[in-house]
Design a protein. Structure first.
Length: 242
């Protein structure tokens, strides 16, 4: 075996070992709230911080910029487009989620992002997912123009917003800038738009709202599910009457 193949094999073995070690550790010592205990030493605080950071990176990343300094917002970078089934736990791990949604997560450049990912198709061999919609809100001091990465969203991509924003005519959405990027520009502070495929439009009347969410359905540290076993309803709250 040459050096390159040996390094590749060693890397794959290391990743698989780490995967099983992490899974075993959380199965034995971790709680649904991400807390874990070290014997008689009691609860430890590092895992909630690490889990929160991992979830943020799983749903949205905004640390990167283009060569000319344009901010890149990558939505659902940690969600696999295709999950291959029947190829072992590491390849088709239960943690490889195909569907997810999040509401008003802060991104670099003063932008606030929301989004929903859905299962597009499923069979015995694989699960295919796609991004259904992405909400983009320009916060205080937010950028005038950003690139949103949406490689799985079918083109053409259009947007919806409340009547005042739509009638202003200032919003510009370019879905042909290459490499799965959509350029959004012309937003004023406080403006909210929802990006989606023209061929997969959300239900009629869909408008994203920046209200406080469904407070009764907040799931702080997993307490709703783990302590009361309550089924969490539709989230986030969507205002369809604007």
């Amino acid at each position: 075996m040459n050096r390159a193949k040996w390094l590749q094999a060693a890397s794959s073995t290391t990743e698989l070992t780490l995967f099983h070690s992490i899974r075993l550790g959380f199965a034995r010592f971790g709680a649904g709230s991400t807390w874990y205990r070290e014997g008689d030493a009691g609860s430890c605080t590092e895992t909630p911080y690490a889990a929160a950071y991992a979830i943020v990176d799983w749903l949205v990343q905004s640390w990167n910029v283009t060569a000319n300094g344009e901010r890149i917002i990558d939505v659902f970078p940690g969600v696999d487009d295709v999950i291959e089934l029947g190829k072992g736990d590491y390849v088709a791990a239960p943690s490889r989620i195909a569907a997810s949604q999040f509401w008003r997560m802060g991104a670099e450049g003063g932008m606030i992002i929301s989004g929903k990912r859905v299962v597009d198709s499923k069979n015995d061999e694989q699960i295919v997912s796609r991004t259904s919609w992405v909400g983009v809100e320009r916060g205080v001091g937010g950028l005038d123009s950003v690139l949103v990465r949406l490689p799985t969203m079918e083109r053409p991509i259009i947007y919806d917003a409340n009547l005042d924003v739509k009638r202003s005519g200032r919003i510009n959405v370019e879905d042909d800038v290459g490499e799965g990027f959509v350029r959004v520009s012309g937003m004023d502070e406080g403006d909210i738009i929802v990006l989606f495929s023209q061929n997969n439009r959300p239900e009629d009347g869909f408008v994203f709202d920046n209200n406080g969410g469904c407070e009764g359905e907040y799931n702080h540290w997993g307490s709703i599910f783990n302590e009361t076993n309550k089924t969490i309803g539709e989230w986030p709250c969507l205002n369809r009457n604007m």
